[in-house]
Design a protein around this ligand. Structure first.
Ligand code: AMP
Ligand code: MN
Ligand code: MN
Length: 348
């Protein structure tokens, strides 16, 4: 079984101080490149754009935000403030003075943009994955933070930055995304306190949630129906805790003229299966390549499964890139489940 080192404490005061110094010591007209993980979700984009807007308000002028892969921002996020700072990966500063990474647990999540870290004087890593590989020169990794935006807000505050409504909207989208709209156990008093600070700027949570979570094209509604029809439930898998899974192909997307990100909410439609602890959504991204989402209700540490298969994530939500056919990918997941069971003492 592959066991990655796990981070079990938040940043030290020395790490916060080093991060603050890296920003404060920027030369005049220093170029700052912000990078979030491939296939960006609400936390990746929200923490990156909120922090970028905060830096701009602090007077940083040379700023770019980017992510690897096609420079396409998923439709639900196209109303986010700060998108004017986003550039395609190939146009990102080749030699930035400072690189700041958001929500990426490992180098592999940054694709070809990873080379920028070696060229900059400082590379800050802001993240909340316990599996983070600490690939920056300064690593602000808090495994107890509900979202990377929690870490980003703290750093911005330490820099003397203020929360305006634009920064707050970005951080709110990030926080709402990673807490499942304040439903998961990560929703601590501190999360609600942060949400209160963000809402106090006047942002509209109803309007934001409708746009981010509750709006999709009719074609996506039909596509979801097709994918859910082929859901399979395996009561014996995961030592009897149960596995539920389904898959979506590129043909499915083409049939309804939909983009890949419309598949993201589908994991929530299968993970509600009462009889299964583990859920798995296999989304085709290439000829024999699949983006895999894993969720658990507490019986299995799915990050162990994902790490063993080359990916990463959190105990109850993880993912990896699968190869072969959809059934090959599910076979690989099923085979890993027995070694990822959580004992009673691990649950909580
Ligand atoms: P998702 O199922 O895409 O929502 O991802 C769930 C969690 O797994 C997130 O915390 C991701 O950062 C992580 N994750 C997903 N895919 C990968 C991957 N290919 N490599 C590393 N971590 C991943
Ligand atoms: Mn993410
Ligand atoms: Mn996150």
């Amino acid at each position: 079984m592959v066991r990655a080192p796990r981070i079990d404490a938040g940043p030290t005061e020395a790490e916060w101080a080093a991060a603050v110094a890296a920003v404060r010591d920027l030369p005049d007209a220093g170029r700052v490149l912000l990078i979030c993980h491939v296939n960006p979700d609400g936390d990746a984009l929200g923490s990156m754009l909120g922090f970028a807007l905060g830096l701009r308000a602090l007077g940083v002028r040379e700023l770019q935000a980017t992510f690897p892969g096609p420079p396409e921002v998923p439709e639900p996020f196209r109303g986010l403030p700060g998108l004017d700072l986003v550039v395609p990966a190939e146009r990102a500063y080749p030699d930035p003075d400072l690189v700041i990474c958001f929500d990426a647990a490992s180098e592999s999540r940054l694709g070809d943009l990873f080379d920028r870290l070696g060229r900059a004087e400082h590379a800050l890593v802001l993240d909340h994955h316990a599996s983070n590989t600490r690939f920056g020169t300064v690593n602000l990794v808090d495994p107890f933070a509900a979202a990377t935006s929690v870490v980003a807000e703290q750093l911005l505050t330490r820099l003397g930055g203020a929360l305006d409504a634009s920064v707050a909207e970005c951080f709110y989208v990030a926080l709402a995304t990673d807490t499942g709209s304040f439903r998961f156990d990560a929703t601590t008093p501190a999360v609600h306190e942060m949400a209160a600070r963000l809402l106090a700027t006047g942002i509209r949570p109803g309007e934001i949630s409708r746009r981010i979570f509750d709006t999709r094209p009719y074609g996506a509604v039909r596509l979801h129906a097709d994918v859910l029809t082929r859901t399979r439930f395996e009561p014996e898998s995961a030592a009897g805790l149960g596995l539920v899974w389904t898959y979506a192909t590129l043909d499915d997307l083409a049939r309804y003229g939909q983009r890949p990100y419309v598949l993201e909410p589908l994991i929530d439609s299968i993970r509600c299966t009462a009889e299964a602890d583990v859920s798995c959504l296999v989304k085709q991204t290439g000829e024999a390549e699949w983006a895999v989402s894993l969720r658990s209700k507490g019986g299995v540490d799915v990050s162990r499964v994902a790490i063993a298969l080359g990916g990463g994530g959190h105990r109850l939500a993880a993912g990896f890139t699968g190869r072969g056919s959809a059934t090959d990918v599910v076979d690989a997941v099923r085979a890993q489940l027995p070694s990822a069971l959580l004992g009673i003492e691990d649950q909580g």
